[in-house]
Design a binder for this molecule. Structure first.
Ligand SMILES: Nc1ncnc2c1ncn2[C@@H]1O[C@H](COP(=O)(O)OP(=O)(O)OP(=O)(O)O)[C@@H](O)[C@H]1O
Ligand SMILES: [Mg+2]
Length: 239
């Protein structure tokens, strides 16, 4: 479904992403982990079209996306959330999701229906009329997912959804991801919460200083000597 081919991103004086290649198959949940500044979010920005790579390409469902901006990529089926959540704070939860539905070209009536259905799917329906900025963090993050989901993606990029959530909220988020995945949505998930990523990811990619350090099933990656030394510090027990 998604192929990232030899992508490099140079900022002034800094190589943020260094010849990264990987693929995600339809239906997979792929984890992206690594230390702060490893280039994870930058890689998401390349896939979603917010920044152009210095070299390399992104192919989605067989099509090279190089010439497409973020809106076109979203229309092709790539949805994303942001590490720093930024809902339209003054709008209601429902209207935030309506905005997502409108970007896929729906009229207002249909967009409202899509938004209501999306809120229900994410168990946010009872907050429909709440002003977004008054939601607690966990629900604001979930609203981000709802907004992205309402655009009708086939591939969803989640950037640190678990950060700042308590264990119950993490469990809820994991269940939601698994439900959406069971319905056919493919995920690329950036996460620092290792036990969470191990529970859902089929494959994990470890980035370090912009480059892929290791790629493999979570159980293998978390026992990898290099991964332990640059990132984990100690082995993680499987759940
Ligand atoms: N727009 C930019 N201009 C210049 N440097 C940038 C820009 N965006 C990111 N960087 C730098 O690129 C490197 C990779 O950053 P990135 O945000 O991709 O890391 P990350 O793996 O997402 O880290 P974290 O886990 O802290 O979110 C960092 O050194 C960062 O400071
Ligand atoms: Mg990041």
């Amino acid at each position: 479904m998604l192929e990232v081919r030899n992508v490099t991103v140079d900022f002034v004086g800094l190589r943020a992403v260094d010849h990264v290649s990987f693929a995600a198959e339809k239906g997979q949940i792929v984890g992206l982990i690594g230390p702060n500044g490893a280039g994870k979010t930058t890689l998401f920005n390349v896939v979603s079209g917010l920044i152009r790579p210095t070299s390399g390409s992104v192919v989605f469902e067989g099509q090279d996306l190089s010439r497409l901006g973020p809106a076109d990529r979203n229309r092709k089926g790539i949805g994303r959330t942001f590490q720093v959540v930024k809902p339209f704070g003054g709008l209601t939860v429902l209207d935030n999701v309506v905005v997502g539905a409108l970007t896929r070209g729906q009229g207002l009536v249909e967009a409202r229906q899509t938004a209501r259905a999306t809120l229900q799917r994410l168990r946010l329906d009872r907050f429909a009329d709440t002003i977004a900025h008054s939601l607690p963090l966990a629900l604001r993050k979930r609203l981000e997912v709802a907004r992205a989901l309402a655009t009708g993606p086939k591939l969803m990029l989640l950037d640190e959804m678990m950060g700042g959530l308590n264990p119950t909220e993490v469990n809820e988020t994991l269940s939601l991801i698994q439900e959406l995945n069971a319905e056919g949505l493919t995920f690329l998930v950036i996460e620092h919460n290792m036990s969470a990523i191990m529970r859902i990811a089929e494959k994990v990619l470890v980035l370090n200083q912009g480059a892929v350090l290791v790629e493999g099933p979570p159980a293998v990656v978390t026992r990898d000597e290099q991964v332990i030394s640059v990132y984990l510090g100690e082995p993680i027990e499987s759940a």
